[in-house]
Design a protein around this ligand. Sequence first.
Ligand SMILES: Cc1cc2nc3c(=O)[nH]c(=O)nc-3n(C[C@H](O)[C@H](O)[C@H](O)COP(=O)(O)OP(=O)(O)OC[C@H]3O[C@@H](n4cnc5c(N)ncnc54)[C@H](O)[C@@H]3O)c2cc1C
Length: 516
Amino acid sequence: MKRADQLKQLDSQSEWDIVVIGGGASGLGIAVDAANRGHKTLLLEKYDFAKGTSSRSTKLVHGGVRYLQNGDISLVIEALRERGIMRKNAPHLVQDLSFVIPSYDWWNSPFYGLGLKVYDMMAGKLGLGPSTILDREETLKLIPNVNREGLRGGVIYHDGQFDDARMAISLALTAHQQGAKLINYCEVTGLEKTDNLITGIHLTDRINDIKKTIKTKVVVNATGVFSDEIIQMDQPNTPKMIRPSQGVHLVIEKKFLNGPHAIMVPHTTDGRVLFAVPWNQYVVVGTTDTPIKKALEDPIPLEEEIQFILDNAGAYMTKKPTRKDVKSVFAGLRPLAASSDNNESTKEVSRHHKITVSTSGLISVLGGKWTTYRKIAEDAVNTIQLVGGLSERKCETDTLPIFGFDYNSDWSDPLHCYGTEVQKLININPKTAMQSLSNKLHITENQIRWAVREEMAIHLEDVLARRTRCLFLDAYETEKIAPKVATIMADELNADSEWIIKELNLFSSLIKKYQI
Ligand SMILES: Cc1cc2nc3c(=O)[nH]c(=O)nc-3n(C[C@H](O)[C@H](O)[C@H](O)COP(=O)(O)OP(=O)(O)OC[C@H]3O[C@@H](n4cnc5c(N)ncnc54)[C@H](O)[C@@H]3O)c2cc1C
């Protein structure tokens, strides 16, 4: 998947069947499905794949215990089914994770225990394991650092966990394998119309600063929290359809959990749920739900969100994390599909997706979850086929293996997310294959070269934030290794010292947003 080769296709293809705007979970899922059904598909992403919300999730592949509490049964059933499909098709990227809900009131365990039995039943054959009620000793054994004061017991249940940005890159590679063309750093700046129907798009290649107009039968708007911008390009004055809601996560050292199990807090001070999830030798804690007026590509965590997470997580831990324990902080924006009255709080807005079609034929995909990306894509491509008058072919992505599919992936190996590609990555240079540039984070010279050669990494940020997850895990350690990483990238890209200085300057202003 080389950017220069993908760009050449822009000139050789006279008309596309489908242009997908946006390279997050929804857009990439659509590109995979559309190409798999044999449609000529082009995906354009303004920044890097998964630069938006899709690299900033809690990294759960889940039915959503919270939605069960809210009574959104159809969403839970759909998400549990998709959880099972995602695990089956990407065993190198999705793993089973056990969650413990500690209980401090006599009624907590039977209450949550019963709810989780319903959750298990809803997953049916695609279940990951039965939930069980725990006594105090069993709870302490699973979560040694859980707050002991007043602890009565707990409940253990199972859900999935994944690396969102690695999944996005693997979806891009799957789409490419299926015949789609994908270009990052390529912005859609306008829509072309003939007789009031959309017949093309205007784009800017932001790396080479080249503008082009492309012909296509259908345009799909999968731009998450930026969807209203594309909708306005089509029909100015359309009421806003997205309500962005910010969620913040803090990353702390593993010692705060001291075990392989996650904690799920079922009722925070604002009536939501909070997770503390082990991830790559660290623990991700979050999240919040704060309505935001203006969507930014690098959203800024608010002080009160950081304090809220520290307070609520600290209440459940013997060793309470403080600001100085935070290794990284990241914020993401939920692209919630607004309801017509817009009255409910963002935590009450359904996480179901919506697909809309404008009178000029623009298809917009709104809302949804990472977990349901495949179903969102299936629904979108069914609509695309109708709107574009394309030949109607059936969706087969429920059995389509994701790029690198490897049932024997060893999850204790930090390279497991590359699946079947691991050996090729090692062969780049066997001597440097396991030599990490950092003692805290796993990042090797081979991974950096692989990201540039095979995964379309263009900027230093692409390698440190999404091809590897260094920036999200430990922004302070990442700052130390950035110059080395930039030098290796420059060597691979044949770039000069000026490129290194420019990239390091760009990265140093970004990294501050991940440090508190
Ligand atoms: C805090 C938080 C936690 C979450 N946790 C979970 C979880 O644990 N599990 C789960 O299943 N879901 C979770 N979600 C939901 C999930 O992350 C999102 O539903 C999903 O990532 C949205 O993907 P998307 O493709 O719609 O949007 P995005 O990932 O934002 O993708 C849209 C893309 O469009 C691009 N774009 C915008 N304008 C243009 C343009 N003009 N031209 C070209 N490209 C453009 C953007 O750069 C962006 O990359 C979470 C969400 C948040 C915010």
